[in-house]
Design a protein around this ligand. Structure first.
Ligand SMILES: Nc1ncnc2c1ncn2[C@@H]1O[C@H](COP(=O)(O)OP(=O)(O)OP(=O)(O)O)[C@@H](O)[C@H]1O
Ligand SMILES: [Mg+2]
Length: 268
């Protein structure tokens, strides 16, 4: 079971959008995926289901020690399950503030590992402290969405330094990739940012796939669905996440059984 954090120092760069759509694509590709919302605002739950918003979830398991397994919600896609953020406010003023949340998170992951999940994707709140920091300490890999706007990329070297710091202190965290989001290929400034970032970080860290800016994302989030479920014939941007999933599989060391590599003839 691999643990992937979707994290960035900056807010509003597309973490939740990437988490939901990437989890959907990976699940469609056959990986048993658990999407965990660790944002106290409950963005994933909010964006997928009205009902899920009121459920117990991540913060209840971390803070009260209840078993996490009964809190995992199935989706219509058998390979995709969801753990909502739950009720983070139950923590404050509860007398648990000084508890070791990292140890609690570790226990929770051990419990999740008893289920046949290939991959756990954590959508984290912006920043590298608090629950984001705890998730990064435990995760195998981190995907860093980066909005294609000039001011944003300055936080990337800082983020890479923070990851190096964690690695120096015993974490196994690898960078799965830096993912450009909200790219406007027709806009000079946007293309310039992508070029600048290429110059700023080692080439292998930058994902080949980038996510275009497209109003269809707003439509999908208003409807509470991944792009792939927006219409019977999903919009082009939905397929970008299939491409991203294919690009990340080897980086995440997701290993398919040999039988999955056999081709199927179209005709006998
Ligand atoms: N590629 C895109 N094109 C257009 N709009 C997008 C795109 N990606 C995300 N958005 C929109 O931008 C807003 C912020 O996206 P999102 O919530 O995914 O960011 P976030 O990094 O999770 O934010 P936060 O730091 O607050 O958790 C949302 O309204 C979302 O619908
Ligand atoms: Mg978010």
């Amino acid at each position: 079971m691999r643990l992937l954090a979707i994290s960035s120092q900056k807010g509003g760069v597309g973490k939740t959008t990437v988490s939901v759509n990437l989890a959907y694509s990976l699940a469609r590709r056959g990986w048993n995926t658990l999407l965990v919302d660790t944002d106290p605002q409950g963005s994933v739950g909010l964006s997928l289901s009205e009902k899920a918003r009121k459920c117990q979830g991540f913060y209840d398991a971390v803070h009260t020690g209840v078993s996490v397994l009964p809190l995992i919600l199935p989706t219509r896609l058998p390979e995709l399950n969801l753990l909502t953020a739950g009720q983070s406010h139950s923590f404050f003023g509860s007398g648990h503030e000084s508890m070791d949340t990292l140890a609690a998170l570790r226990r929770m992951v051990a419990e999740i590992a008893t289920r046949p999940f290939d991959l756990v994707i954590f959508d984290t709140p912006a920043g590298l402290t608090g629950s984001s920091g705890d998730v990064l300490r435990l995760a195998d890999s981190v995907l860093i969405p980066q909005q294609a706007e000039p001011l944003g990329i300055r936080s990337i070297p800082q983020m890479l330094q923070a990851i190096q710091f964690l690695r120096n202190h015993g974490s196994k965290l690898e960078v799965a990739g830096i993912l450009m989001t909200m790219v406007q290929a027709d806009l000079k400034e946007s293309a310039e940012v992508v070029r600048e970032l290429r110059a700023l970080v080692p080439a292998q860290l930058l994902c080949q796939t980038s996510i275009p800016r497209d109003p269809v994302f707003l439509k999908a989030s208003a409807a509470g669905v991944p792009l792939g479920l927006l219409h019977r014939n999903p919009p082009a941007a939905a397929h970008v996440f299939d491409q991203l999933a294919a690009e990340l599989e080897p980086r995440l060391q997701l290993q398919a059984p040999d039988s999955a590599n056999e081709y199927t003839r179209l005709m006998d």
